[in-house]
Design a binder for this molecule. Structure first.
Ligand SMILES: [Zn+2]
Length: 263
């Protein structure tokens, strides 16, 4: 009996340590932010989540908003872009998971775009749309609700920012409302496409609602991008947790993934 209490006490202590560790790391960032994708894009990381920023149309656009709801990584990113939170006109969310949306509400002037099927999750009106490992991580690192201003239906959409365009492409699978975004031939893939060594990889099944749908989405994305790029190579694929593809490798890596998606 005494041993049982020791084991239970040790497990409780480990649990508390885990929570303290996760919540401390949630608000840490890698400093300073750095240029990626041939200099087109600024990148910062909050704990294990990537966020990206670009200048377009005299404003700043963000692709994902990380896991830190206090905005440490966001401010680092904006500092590198010589901008303030109020300068962000749009936050393009790849999906509604907590570790990609946390800092979005801190950009008070921004339109927040998310796939319609993920909107209720971001608002925390429904439980997290993920298998249990994702829900466990969310319990360790809770964030506040994120209310989207644009709930995108599952169709290709274009947003104009001065001379630039953001093209939103639906990729349901990781979550029902997952999207990827094309900007100046850079693809922001969130968790729909990952990097595994020298190759791209599909969404992680442990954190994805429908891995088979993710593969079908990548196959369809291959067709869509071929048309949109018109023969130009992808400049980079920038992922939600593993940064961007190395220079000159994106198109080869993407083609190989699409081939695997179709097989
Ligand atoms: Zn996710």
């Amino acid at each position: 009996m005494k041993r049982l209490w020791w084991v239970l006490g040790a497990m409780l202590a480990l649990g508390v340590l885990l929570v303290v560790f996760a919540r401390t790391m949630q608000h840490r960032y890698h400093a300073p932010a750095a240029r990626v994708a041939g200099g087109e894009v600024m990148h910062a990381r909050a704990f294990f989540s990537d966020l990206y920023g670009v200048h377009a149309g005299g404003k700043v656009l963000l692709f994902d908003a990380g896991v830190d709801d206090e905005g440490g990584a966001l401010d680092q990113l904006l500092l590198a872009l010589e901008a303030k939170r109020e300068d962000v006109s749009d936050v393009y969310l790849t999906h509604g998971h907590f570790d990609h949306v946390a800092a979005a509400p801190l950009c008070t002037q921004a339109r927040i775009h998310v796939g319609a099927p993920d909107a209720a999750m971001a608002e925390q009106k429904v439980p997290m749309l993920a298998p249990w490992p994702g829900k466990l991580l969310n319990a360790l690192m809770p964030i506040g609700p994120v209310v989207p201003s644009d709930r995108m239906p599952a169709a290709q959409a274009r947003f104009t920012h001065g001379a630039d365009q953001v093209i939103a492409l639906p990729t349901p699978g990781h979550t029902p409302g997952s999207f990827v975004y094309l900007f100046r031939d850079v693809l922001f893939s969130g968790d729909s496409i990952l990097i595994d060594g020298a190759e791209l990889a599909f969404a992680m099944p442990a954190f994805s609602l429908d891995p088979a749908a993710n593969r079908r989405s990548i196959a369809a994305l291959g067709v869509a991008l071929k048309e949109l790029l018109g023969g130009r190579p992808l400049k980079a694929v920038c992922t939600g947790h593993m940064g961007c593809t190395p220079p000159g490798e994106a198109q080869r890596m993407f083609d190989a993934l699409v081939a695997r998606a179709g097989s």
